[in-house]
Design a protein around this ligand. Structure first.
Ligand code: FMN
Length: 350
């Protein structure tokens, strides 16, 4: 089904064999979750967004956002900011780490505290500045990392300027564009405009990877076929369901996707928490007021909601999720939910 539609993708010198990307999502796509997705067949991942100002001013603290769990590849580091010089300095430092395969510029984050400073989606209001940032960042990491841009089709319904912004980014040296088919004003709700993604793909020579509104695994192939995009990036659908990427591979190979067993869900939650604890344990006591174990449990909370909401006993766990508990107690509660069984077979798929 999909093999004919999805081909290996070239981002500058980087070859992505399977162009199905996990989207960057602050608060979710840390090394623990990304590595689980890669193990289930995700083709490439991107870090949560890191502040360029933060990296330049307070390297240690901000660089935590860029931490990897083991060898994750292919992986992009995502930067946000609106000062070209600071972005270039932060990018240069990231390239020096030797840990990443590409560097992505966030030009789509619609959160007020980001966009109101002109960062993230704010860059779409100033295409010349966006292009200048791409140019300076690409120059700073030239020969070391290809630079990509993650952006949206426009700021709001009346200002869809993606043709202009992507033309500028391409001319400035971007090696690929991740294009979210929504405008910034709707944030993450409503339909994603795949027709606009198709239009951009038709005129750009660099690869265009479509994003937005991919829910079922089969949507990957539908988006690729309908837009002609060179790859597909997915955000929310695999949360609490890293097996989503296995399903995409199964569909491509003509196999029937299968729901994860309860044992698989249990083992994955345990492993996810273990990786979060390992990531937290790298931080010093000064950095973590609550200690590694409790902090990892807090980080797991939004994931647990998604792993477990299809189970009958989920309501009981949800009521206690605000409590600060250690890993052993949390896992006991998880086991109780899992033992309650699924509400319906369909709930195996989030
Ligand atoms: C909770 C959350 C956090 C996000 N954080 C980022 C981020 O750090 N960087 C970014 O470029 N996009 C971020 N996004 C946007 C996603 O990468 C993606 O573009 C969006 O969710 C649309 O894809 P989807 O419909 O497959 O979820 C975030 C989205 C969500 C829901």
């Amino acid at each position: 089904m999909g093999e004919g539609v999805l081909k290996p993708l070239q981002i500058g010198p980087l070859r992505v064999e399977w162009p199905v990307f996990l989207a960057p999502m602050a608060g979710y796509t840390d090394g623990a979750f990304r590595s689980l997705c890669l193990e289930q067949g995700c083709g490439a991942v991107v870090t949560e967004m890191a502040s360029s100002q933060g990296l330049v001013r307070n390297r240690l603290r901000t660089s935590r956002v860029l931490e990897r769990w083991g060898e994750e590849h292919p992986i992009g580091a995502q930067l946000y900011g609106s000062d070209a010089g600071v972005m270039a300095e932060a990018a240069d430092w990231i390239a020096g780490l030797g840990a990443f395969d590409f560097l992505d510029i966030n030009a789509g984050c619609p959160m007020p505290k980001i966009r109101n400073r002109g960062d993230g989606a704010g860059l779409m209001r100033d295409p010349a500045k966006m292009a200048e940032i791409v140019r300076q960042v690409a120059a700073a990491v030239a020969g070391r990392l290809p630079v990509t841009l993650k952006t949206r089709i426009g700021w709001c319904a009346d200002t869809v300027n993606v043709m202009e912004t992507t033309a500028g980014a391409e001319a400035a040296g971007a090696a690929a564009v991740f294009l979210h088919g929504r405008v910034a004003s709707v944030r993450h709700s409503g339909p994603s405009d795949w027709a606009m993604i198709a239009e951009v793909k038709r005129v750009r020579t660099i690869p265009v990877i479509g994003n937005g509104g991919v829910k079922a695994p089969a949507d990957v192939f539908r988006m690729a076929a309908e837009t002609g995009a060179d790859g597909v990036m997915v955000g929310r659908a695999p949360l609490g369901n890293p097996w989503w990427f296995r399903d995409v591979r199964d569909l491509a190979a003509g196999r029937e996707p299968r729901m994860p067993t309860v044992d698989e869900v249990r083992a994955t939650i345990r492993e996810h928490l273990r990786r979060e604890m390992e990531l937290m344990a790298r931080r010093g006591k000064k950095e973590l007021k609550l200690g590694a174990d409790l902090t990892a449990c807090l980080v797991m909370r939004p994931h647990l909601v998604r792993y477990l909401r299809g189970f009958r006993g989920f309501g009981d766990l949800a009521r206690t999720l605000e409590e600060r508990v250690d890993a052993a107690t949390l896992l006991e509660r998880v086991d109780r939910v899992l033992a309650s069984g699924r509400k319906s077979e369909a709930d195996g798929r989030n």
